[in-house]
Ligand binder design. Structure first.
Ligand code: ADP
Ligand code: MG
Length: 257
């Protein structure tokens, strides 16, 4: 087992009583798997992902539980340990790639900055690795792209850049939070195929978050289903389709196009 989320609850400290948004959730991610997290909007998927990354808002509190990566509890790490873990061992891509990229920094510089933070490569080596990483995610003109700014790219290209940034330090876990939701339908399948390639060829374990059970079905063997901050079902996707245990899950199935 690679990631073990054990009895985690998350609430917002600025309301009294504390407003809980995630309640006692537990799940595991195995080496090399793509685990789905599916649920309607507001069910707590992003809060769960952000907490694993330590990226939740200041006002959010993880009030109980443990999050272990290869046995190391992320919640009891020092800031230094966390810095070397997050982005390197666990990386994340978000729904809207434009807001995750710096609009006034060249694409190449943004990707190689990851290497500057997490490795001791020389500038020349950083550039080489960056060009390789851009090519690897299907951006076929990396030299040209290196000097472009985010606004000069399409949404799909920007998401490819985000995946290159997330993958460049060879993380063990990639959390993809609604990675295709903001993209044109024609591009969505390409990005999902790219994530699958990263999983197959680089062995990265993926947590794929989506409100769309159809997306989860094409990508994952196993999924958890979240509703109102709780896990209401988990298991093999095909079993859930065949025999949903909750009305809520049936609705998610009915919503699959
Ligand atoms: P999802 O990603 O599944 O759509 P989220 O994890 O973003 O859901 O949100 C879970 C819940 O947390 C929602 O009900 C949302 O209203 C609530 N929430 C998000 N941000 C805040 C905040 N800053 N203060 C209080 N509640 C919040
Ligand atoms: Mg979300």
């Amino acid at each position: 087992m690679l990631l073990d989320v054990n009895n985690v609850s998350i609430g917002f400290a600025d309301t009294k009583p504390m407003q809980m948004v995630v309640n006692n959730i537990s799940f595991q991610v195995d080496q090399g798997e793509i685990l789905g997290i599916v649920g309607e909007s507001g069910s707590g998927k992003s809060m769960t992902a952000l907490s694993i990354m330590g990226l939740h808002k200041d006002t959010a509190r993880i009030t109980s539980g443990e999050i272990r990566v290869e046995g190391n509890n992320l919640l009891s790490m020092s800031e230094n340990q966390k810095r070397s873990y997050l982005g390197k061992e666990i990386a994340m891509v978000f729904q809207e790639p434009m807001t995750s990229l710096n609009p006034v920094m060249k694409i190449g510089d943004q990707v190689s900055e990851m290497l500057a933070i997490h490795t001791r490569l020389s500038r020349k080596e950083q550039k080489e690795k960056t060009l390789e990483a851009l090519f690897e995610v299907g951006l076929n003109n990396p030299e040209e792209l290196y000097n472009k700014y985010p606004h000069e790219l399409s949404g799909g290209m920007r998401q490819r850049v985000m995946i290159a940034m997330a993958m460049i330090c060879k993380p063990k876990i990639l959390i993809a939070d609604e990675p295709t939701t903001a993209l044109d339908v024609s591009v969505q399948a390409q990005i999902l195929a790219l994530l699958k390639k990263m999983n197959k060829e680089h062995g990265v374990s993926i947590i794929l978050i989506s409100h769309d059970l159809g997306v989860i079905r094409t990508m994952c063997e196993r999924t958890i289903v979240m509703s109102q901050g709780k896990i209401v079902e988990q298991g093999l996707v095909e079993d859930i389709f065949r025999n949903p245990k909750q009305e809520y899950t049936k609705k998610l199935i009915d919503a699959v196009p």
